[in-house]
Write a protein that binds this ligand. Sequence first.
Ligand SMILES: Cc1cc2nc3c(=O)[nH]c(=O)nc-3n(C[C@H](O)[C@H](O)[C@H](O)COP(=O)(O)O)c2cc1C
Length: 317
Amino acid sequence: MSEPISEQTFDTFEFRRALGAFVTGVTVVTTIQPDGSPRGFTANSFTSVSLDPPLILVCIAKSAASHAVFATTNHFAVSMLAGEQKAVSGVFASKSVDKFAQVSWRVRATGAPVMEGAAATFDCRTHDVVDAGDHIILIGRVVDFVHTNSSPLGYCRGAYVNFSLSQDALAATGARAQVGAILEHRDGLVLLETKNGLQLPAGVKLEPESDAGSLRGVLAKLGLTAHLDFIFAVFESGSGPSASVHYYRGRVSSSLAAMMDSAIHIVPLPRIPWSELRDDAVRSMLQRYVRERSEDAFGIYVGDTEAGQVQTLATAH
Ligand SMILES: Cc1cc2nc3c(=O)[nH]c(=O)nc-3n(C[C@H](O)[C@H](O)[C@H](O)COP(=O)(O)O)c2cc1C
């Protein structure tokens, strides 16, 4: 006779704190109720489940006022909030009776209500509802989706995390600054040929595009539009008067082939001619980037346990 497995009793508060170490995005889950009015709540329990068929899930507390509506709906939508939408998260996490009156939203062609300005939205048919403790797991089959270049809103340890490219910190560092970008394009990295050897695109500040001295202005002059994902490195320049150096990681989102400057070289990561990069700090930063890239820090897993493979987002030759 086997002993019954005794249930571990957790300190729920500590359990929640431990779970809070997992960094997530923030979503608003919405649907149209039987009376035709929209209903929604904030959720960070979103998870992608399957690519084929395309499935996602969110978990809803049975104590939530909208639990019964979502447990029985046959369609719902998920809006992944953008960095500047903390207030939208707050509205949908509240018990307010007129949540939709406080935000900008619209109805997709599928009839789903979604948040205006979200980083991505997913329209779903309800695939399954699974009972799970004090929550239900709502599994949706994605029938349509939209995504934008907006930086997403993050959430960790009970606080919002913003990945957006705020200029405030940069402005506070004083007048002298170097703002550059490690940009991938097709199967290589954007390097510029200058009289001082090869360099990464850089300016004295990030924006605006109309300022030829800014990074955006430098890129526009080269015929490149870039999406900058995250800050990759911040350091003080060792040479000359101290300057704050900021490098973003990103990718070219569009290039005007006719305008593409001949100084631009698209160099595959394993073939970067290191000796032609004369700035020691930039060279070692780029070596770290190539190392992390080859270790597949930015890879995505596709497949199943038998036939899984890690695919890189851009192939390094
Ligand atoms: C960042 C954040 C994430 C949340 N994630 C979830 C979640 O995944 N599931 C859930 O049931 N409640 C979650 N909540 C709490 C609900 O949004 C909150 O209970 C809301 O009042 C539910 O709306 P309702 O009472 O109108 O149903 C979250 C709240 C915040 C601020």
